[in-house]
Design a protein around this ligand. Structure first.
Ligand SMILES: Cc1cc2nc3c(=O)[nH]c(=O)nc-3n(C[C@H](O)[C@H](O)[C@H](O)COP(=O)(O)O)c2cc1C
Ligand code: PXP
Length: 369
């Protein structure tokens, strides 16, 4: 894997490092990487140049995270203010008249905290989660106002649903057809991370756990996501090969739930998906011992940098043998559409073996909300 390589032209260097050729020209302009020039002035990138490109990308990535951190108002705010803005948005919806659907672009990921002394966004309490973790004004502020919203305020948070209906006469016989339609609707609406789903598993100790992953494949065989085979979820699935999925499409007033058996996809399938991922995701997979306790952030950054360096000189970043996909074969799929008065539509599809003549099919039932 660590075989030294001959210098490569700009297109090949860009491909190996997962960047555009224009990025490499820009790096050269900024004297960050200086490839040698031969035959007609063409640029040639040697091992050292490739290594530098990856290091520059890494530095850029770290600087971007720092910028994002500063933009969130550090040290005057702490991570979690995003939750506050979510709560405030939901609170706005309680006024009675519904707002039209917002596109993803309209919604700022974080609402900046008001300056000290300014009016809090609503009422006299700061939004939940917006108190600084450590800040010299913190004691003074918390003396003036409690850090958590009152129970009543949380209890008031609600939306009235009613943008669509789900009726038996209009749905297909195959839940995957309906799922595709709803996913397309979520994409068209600009739902952030429309392919994000919560995966619930059962641990060896019988306890449940849930986390978000990205849906990366779907056909009649089931729902595919990729992960680290050394992770907690993988240990769960290897011990109890069943999973529940939830697609929480709140902006659509929709939810889809899936339950079924889960198993690893083939190595070929995982390798093909891994090869399609951006370089930084592939390096991350190698660098992160997912779900393990690590010493600190620095050790993770060091592991990433070392991984980047290790692979800078190689042809490619291959799939680690501890990484791959799981496929959840749906046995039950439930579609939920929010309706007025909490009288929602719930349609459940259950797979049946059918008969030899009819073959496998789905039983469709309506559930009370
Ligand atoms: C939007 C989103 C998408 C995620 N996608 C994945 C994914 O596709 N695969 C994955 O392993 N972890 C993904 N994660 C991280 C997981 O939620 C989780 O932290 C990680 O897989 C470890 O879970 P475990 O310790 O239960 O195994 C994602 C997290 C978020 C918030
Ligand atoms: C730990 C982890 N693994 C895998 C993924 C899927 O990423 P990708 O889209 O790069 O395959 C994610 C997405 O957030 C993730 O957080």
């Amino acid at each position: 894997m660590d075989t030294p390589r001959l210098p490569v032209p700009i297109g090949e260097a860009a491909r190996r490092c997962g960047v555009a050729t224009s990025t490499l020209r820009y790096y050269e302009e900024r004297a960050l990487v200086s490839p040698s020039r031969r035959s007609g002035g063409r640029r040639w990138y040697g091992q050292e140049d490739l290594r530098r490109i990856v290091v520059v990308q890494l530095a850029q990535r770290l600087a971007e995270s720092l910028d994002a951190w500063i933009a969130r108002g550090v040290p005057g705010s702490v991570p979690g203010s995003g939750l506050a803005s979510g709560l405030m948005d939901a609170h706005d919806e309680t006024g009675g008249t519904r707002r039209g659907p917002r596109s993803a672009g309209d919604e700022p990921p974080f609402r900046p905290e008001p300056p000290l002394g300014a009016e809090p966004p609503f009422g006299s309490e700061p939004p939940f989660g917006s108190e600084p973790a450590s800040f010299e004004g913190a004691a003074h502020r918390s003396a003036q106002s409690p850090q958590l919203p009152s129970a009543a305020r949380l209890a008031e948070l609600r939306r009235r649903y009613g943008r669509a209906e789900l009726v038996e006469s209009e749905i297909p016989g195959d839940p995957l057809v309906l799922f595709h339609t709803w996913l397309a609707d979520a994409l068209a609406e600009g739902v952030p991370e429309p392919n994000a789903m919560v995966v619930a598993t059962v641990g060896v100790d019988g306890l449940p756990s849930a986390r978000t992953v990205l849906l990366k494949g779907l056909d009649e065989r089931g729902f595919v996501f990729y992960t680290n085979y050394g992770s907690a979820k993988a240990a769960d699935l290897d011990a109890h090969p069943n999973a529940a999925l939830v697609f929480p499409w709140h902006a659509m007033e929709r939810q889809v739930r899936v339950t079924g058996s889960a198993g690893r996809v083939t190595r070929e399938e995982s390798a093909a998906y891994f090869a399609s991922r951006p370089l930084e995701s592939r390096l991350g997979a190698w660098a992160s011992p997912q779900s393990q306790v690590v010493a600190d952030r620095e050790s993770l950054d060091r592991a990433y940098a070392e991984t980047a360096e290790r692979f800078a000189v190689t042809e490619d970043v291959p799939i680690p043998d501890f990484w791959g996909g799981y496929r959840v074969r749906p046995e039950v799929v439930e579609f939920w559409q929010g309706r007025h008065g909490r009288m929602h539509d719930r349609i459940r599809y259950r797979r049946t073996e059918g008969t030899e003549r009819t073959g496998e099919r789905w039983i469709v039932e309506r559930l009370a909300p």
